[in-house]
Design a protein around this ligand. Structure first.
Ligand SMILES: [Zn+2]
Length: 493
């Protein structure tokens, strides 16, 4: 019933807007595709199989290999051509276990901790050092600590993380906090978990593989207890035992499904989501939900025997959580055909309602989106943000000058569960996921049938995008700026 409502609203919107009279067949196809995705498809079953059945799947882990084999099988079962494409991961990082004990005069308690991704490990007996109150980790806080930070674990107090804005703030501040800790000669860094209910989460150490210090997140109540004791004048030590599996560069794989274009097969539209996840929970919101959505869109196009004008590639990226390496690898492997990539879209903000798209600072994309979304106008309103966004798999496409989109979504429950123990199947909004699938399908179809091409930007245009927006700051907080400046990642003038 919902589908019928949406489709009639779509027709009304299309008529009212006088849209695309030259492409009646294509918009009819879009409506059929939207209707199919709103129906009873295997998408939710897939999400449960991926999360409950396979579980958390950090790149390099056995579960990650299983997940990509599983996804390849889903494409093939649906009759979609699909392949594994290799790329290089610069290093292996997995946590085996993490434990911590806090001690003071007449007081000892264990505190649940997890290692930040790219934390170093400790020897088996653990690393013991003074635990000191570093406040919020500001310059003033470190100045107040003075020489006491040297050789100590600095404990950073955080605010409750409520939403996506709080998450972006955490990411922006973390790089500075870690840089100050290293500058002060700290032995290691401990974040108080910002998540509700003593939930633990993995927040990447900002230096990535270049990090040389033990860094962890401590459950909120234990960290608060330690801070109260410290502020009451009880000196404490922390013994941390971090058992980390690390290793050199290795080969991992993306899975790419493909439906060949009928009129312009050489031109390519990519819709992607990363299938890798962190491992405290099972990666339902980040990013299993959008991965099974990408699979389902391919499945329904095939089932309806729809013929897109351009080739559509359905990308399940790997290595996203570890510096966006899968999509980066794709842009290297497909360098010769990047000129013919018309669009690369990414879906990576859980199951909150899609409210529009980040269009990467390319105003000409906004009206195209408006037309593409006509068949799902009833699921709007949609507002597009014409700014570049760093943090997911559009990044290397953007820095290669390829038109790119990131779906903007209502924060919903994404922030508190981000990379957390609580990112589980039961947290996914299955109804909204289905509506989002319709929106993503209409968008993809719109670009796959667009009657003109969107040109690739030049290195000079990208340079001016970096200069005229906050792109450089975003790139720094995701640890990809230096590689761009060095000409190793993205176009340079
Ligand atoms: Zn993600």
């Amino acid at each position: 019933m919902r589908g019928a409502l949406v489709r009639s609203a779509a027709v009304a919107a299309a008529v009212a807007g006088g849209l695309a009279p030259s492409l009646p067949a294509q918009s009819d196809d879009a409506s059929r595709l939207v209707g199919a995705l709103l129906g009873d498809t295997p998408m939710v079953r897939d999400l449960q199989a991926l999360t409950d059945g396979i579980g958390g799947r950090p790149t390099g882990s056995p579960a990650n290999f299983r997940a990509f084999d599983w996804a390849l099988e889903r494409f093939r079962e649906a009759g979609v051509d699909a392949r594994k494409e290799p790329f290089r991961m610069p290093g292996l990082w997995l946590e085996r276990s993490a434990r911590a004990t806090v001690r003071g005069k007449d007081v000892t308690f264990t505190a649940r901790v997890v290692a930040l991704p790219f934390s170093t490990g400790t020897r088996a007996a653990g690393l013991t050092a003074p635990l000191v109150d570093a406040g919020k980790g500001t310059d003033a806080d470190y100045a107040a600590l003075g020489p006491k930070a040297k050789g100590a674990f600095v404990l950073i107090e955080t605010e409750d993380l409520l939403d996506l804005d709080g998450l972006f703030r955490e990411y922006t501040e973390a790089g500075h906090i870690e840089r100050r800790a290293v500058g002060a000669g700290a032995a290691g860094l401990v974040y108080m978990s910002s998540r509700p209910g003593n939930t633990l989460a993995r927040h990447n150490a900002s230096l990535g593989l270049a990090n040389r210090h033990p860094m962890m997140m401590m459950e909120r109540d234990a960290a608060a207890r330690a801070l109260r004791l410290l502020r009451g004048g009880t000196p404490l030590t922390l013994t941390a035992m971090l058992d980390i599996q690390s290793g050199p560069a290795y080969q991992a794989h993306n899975v790419i499904g493909e439906i060949r274009g009928s009129a312009r097969p050489d031109e390519i539209v990519v819709i992607g989501a990363h299938l890798d996840s962190w491992d405290l929970g099972t990666g339902a919101l980040d990013n299993g939900a959008n991965s099974v959505m990408v699979i389902d869109i391919a499945r329904q196009i095939r089932r309806l025997a729809l013929k897109p004008a351009r080739t559509i590639r359905f990308a399940l990226w790997n290595g996203e959580e570890q510096n966006l390496n899968g999509s980066f690898g794709y842009t290297l492997a497909h360098a010769a055909e990047l000129d013919r990539h018309v669009m690369a879209s990414s879906y990576d903000i859980g199951t909150g309602r899609i409210t529009g798209f980040f269009t990467g600072g390319r105003a000409e994309i906004v009206p195209v989106l408006g037309r593409a979304l006509a068949p799902v106008a009833g699921l709007g309103p949609f507002t597009h943000l014409n700014i570049p966004l760093v943090g997911t798999d559009n990044y290397d496409f953007m820095m290669q000058g390829i038109p790119n989109l990131v779906a903007n979504q209502e924060s919903a429950n994404y922030g508190p569960n981000y990379h957390a123990r609580s990112d589980e199947f039961g947290r996914a909004d299955l109804r909204q996921l289905r509506l989002n699938a319709a929106i993503a399908a209409a968008t993809t179809w719109g670009f796959a049938t667009l009657d003109r091409s969107l040109p690739r930007q030049s290195a000079r245009q990208l340079d001016s995008l970096v200069r005229n927006t906050d792109l450089a700051d975003q790139m720094k907080s995701f640890n990809v700026y230096d590689a761009w400046v060095a000409g190793k990642r993205g176009l340079r003038p």
